[in-house]
Design a protein around this ligand. Sequence first.
Ligand code: ASP
Ligand code: MG
Length: 402
Amino acid sequence: MLIVKKFGGTSVGDSDRIRNVARRCAEEYQKGNDVVVVLSAMGKTTDLLLDQAREINPKASKRELDMLMTTGEQTSVALMAMALHAMNIPAISLNAFQVSMQTTSNYGNARLKKIDTERILHELHDRKIVLVTGFQGINKFGDYTTLGRGGSDTTAVALAAVLHADACEIYTDVDGVYTADPRIVKNARKLEEITYDEMLDLATCGAGVLHNRSVEMAKKYGVTLVVRSSLNDSEGTQVKEEVSVERMLISGVALDKKAARISVMGLKDEPGIAFKLFNTLAKNNINVDIILQSIGRDNTKDISFTVDEDEADDAIALLENNKSRITLQSVTCKKDVAKVSIVGAGMMSNPGVAAKMFEALYNVGVNINMISTSEIRITVLVDQKDGEKAMNAIHEAFGLAE
Ligand code: ASP
Ligand code: MG
């Protein structure tokens, strides 16, 4: 069997934990399996590197930021190789150049395009554990790129797909995927299984457990994922196409505190304005989420939308610079907002799910700013201070607790 295992930052946070992971990988190897291990940077390394960069130059170029961040993962794989060698287990670390993991050219948020398997297969054939840097790639200019924060999950799934692995295990510091973040909702329950679509929506809506692109890729290539803890032997959660357990109305509640609401006022009420507005943002790689347009009056209209908090300043600057072309009069931004989402394939065939969610919010006095829905998801924008309260109330109302 060929197994891809991915360990997140906390799982390799210090020397003891690195040895713990090495032991787990060695056990797998000693069963006779081929083992490919993808690692994240140790602990908070990536954050610290970014802080350091900001201190030196708040406008550091994205190329140099990627150059810097990729050192984190490189440290992890090298140390892991050393830990395995100390246990007399053959192992080799490889970075994105050595494997050759090609991505699109955009620094900071690149997408994987092509992974060469030759070197990895060669090392596996030599009976080595192969340790691969997560999160990084190389572009057509021969530079390092990164896949966006949390991107090591995507590296692991991509490797599992191209290597036709028999299993892809994502190890983290929680026991699996929960009905809500157990740090916020005390009686959240671990799910045995969840579908790709549900997991994708949860991941996109702020459940930090998996990088959303990794789920997209797992669905595309039919890679069954297992999310489990690196600190115990608990079973974890399977992420796959179909689940066998009887489904609940909804599978989980997610909270995203890193949202910002931008309101654009005084737009001309005529065709093509929304296109100009959102095209300007899209061309600059700014992702827009919930969109709300007011009813026009006096030939003008207002449009509000949400973006990632980190992208809010860029978005505002961009809109200010294109004021007359987009025909806007003013722009405002509110950063202390949060998105609360419920996700579940069960809501497709059940009316009243939205009403139940809104009732739960009403009961705890939480006001809704904006609403958006899809077939299997309902998202509301609330004040940031209300986010956790809202999450708990909704979790309770849908009976998701243990
Ligand atoms: N080290 C990177 C991050 O912190 C990638 C990852 O952990 O998946 O975002
Ligand atoms: Mg992660």
